[in-house]
Design a protein around this ligand. Structure first.
Ligand code: ADE
Ligand code: ZN
Length: 353
């Protein structure tokens, strides 16, 4: 853990943040038995391989049922991040998970927002929400969820994402869902280049509004695509420990974080689903230091990239940038060290929301 370097995280799934102990506590107060197969003998989430992980994720999510539950999940996660020196976290939230347990979206959101407000009050950390569709529920469901998000604008809901089975559900058919999200002023990102290769990243880049790619690491298999990402300033939300745990790469030594960064691709760090992978945001910064050779200045650049590429409004981004350099104006903070924020892709609605 490196508390000295301020951290920011753009990639973590709400239900995927809840530790087994919290899931147990929530299940007990909801009078629910823990789902069979959720936990192994070691009291950790039990899963094997990516499809198995998605199944266990859904089992954990199935006991999170009320606004209070969502408030507690968000508050406890953000509190842990603040203790590791994080100042900003974008949380990926799936209305489909709430729908699956019969929780109306307004109540779901009220819980998420309360978690963000309480964490800010207790620890000074900021959080925002990126609404995510689950691609394996199909194109129509994705368009419905995008339309619902568009119809419920809120200052804390700043982005749109698509998670789930990338290999089985490539990005292109989801064009309309992204059009709806972009037109609603949401920043857009897509899970791509994690469980499928460069073609999936190319399709993701062609979706309306996309300025960031969730993971995107397998772009490294196509040097032309790496150049395109660097030239366009497309930001990757890289989750090294998740990638190793899910078998995308065998080890940190095989991971392309450093290669992508050295090629000029703007990279950030995320924990994805922390207790599933024994990850934390502080841990990812420590991994970047130990395995990818980043020193304090380089790690600060990663944070600066994340804040600049965040879907938060311009006022909050500037305030967060100022927090990286107490005493110095945000413009100074933005000027030192690559990549220059002015070269990062920003959502077309930047500053409007
Ligand atoms: N949902 C939660 N974590 C995910 C991941 N790493 N990839 C795709 N969908 C996810
Ligand atoms: Zn993810």
């Amino acid at each position: 853990m490196i508390p000295a370097v301020p951290k920011a995280e753009l990639h973590v799934h709400v239900e995927g943040t809840a530790e087994p102990e919290l899931v147990r506590r929530i299940a007990a107060r909801n009078d629910l038995d823990l789902p069979v197969g959720l936990l192994g003998d070691d009291d950790r989430f039990a899963w094997h391989g990516f499809p198995g992980f998605l199944d266990t994720y859904d089992l954990a999510a199935s006991v999170i049922r009320t606004a209070q539950d969502y408030r507690d999940v968000v508050f406890e996660y953000l509190s842990g991040c603040a203790a590791e020196g994080a100042i900003y976290v974008e949380l990926i939230s799936s209305p489909d998970q709430a729908r699956a347990v019969g929780l109306p979206e307004e109540e779901h959101r009220a819980g998420l927002f309360a978690g963000i407000d309480d964490a800010r009050a207790a620890h000074g950390i900021e959080g925002r929400i990126v609404v995510s569709v689950v691609r394996n529920l199909g194109v129509e469901a994705a368009e419905r969820t995008a339309a619902e998000a568009a119809a419920l604008p809120h200052p804390y809901v700043v982005g749109f994402n698509m998670a789930g089975d990338e290999a089985g559900y490539p990005p292109s058919p989801f064009r309309r869902a992204y059009e709806i999200a972009r037109d609603a002023g949401l920043g857009c990102t897509v899970h791509a280049g994690e469980h499928a290769g460069p073609e999936s990243v190319r399709q993701a880049l062609a979706l309306p509004g996309v300025t960031r790619i969730s993971h995107g690491v397998r772009a490294v298999e196509d040097p032309g695509l790496v150049r395109e990402l660097a030239d366009a300033g497309t930001v990757l939300e890289v989750c090294p420990t998740s990638n190793v745990a899910l078998g995308v790469y065998e080890s940190y030594a095989d991971h392309p974080f450093a290669a992508l960064r050295e090629a000029g691709v703007p990279v950030t760090l995320g924990s994805d689903d922390p207790p599933f992978f024994r990850a934390t945001i502080g841990g990812e910064y420590a991994v970047a230091r130990k395995h990818f050779g980043l020193d304090d200045a380089a790690l600060l650049d990663v944070t600066r990239t994340a804040i600049t590429a965040s879907f938060a409004d311009a006022t909050l981004r500037e305030e967060l940038l100022r927090r990286l350099h107490p005493g110095g104006p945000a413009r100074e903070a933005a000027r030192c060290g690559p990549p220059s924020p002015s070269t990062l892709r920003r959502p077309p609605t930047d500053g409007v929301r």
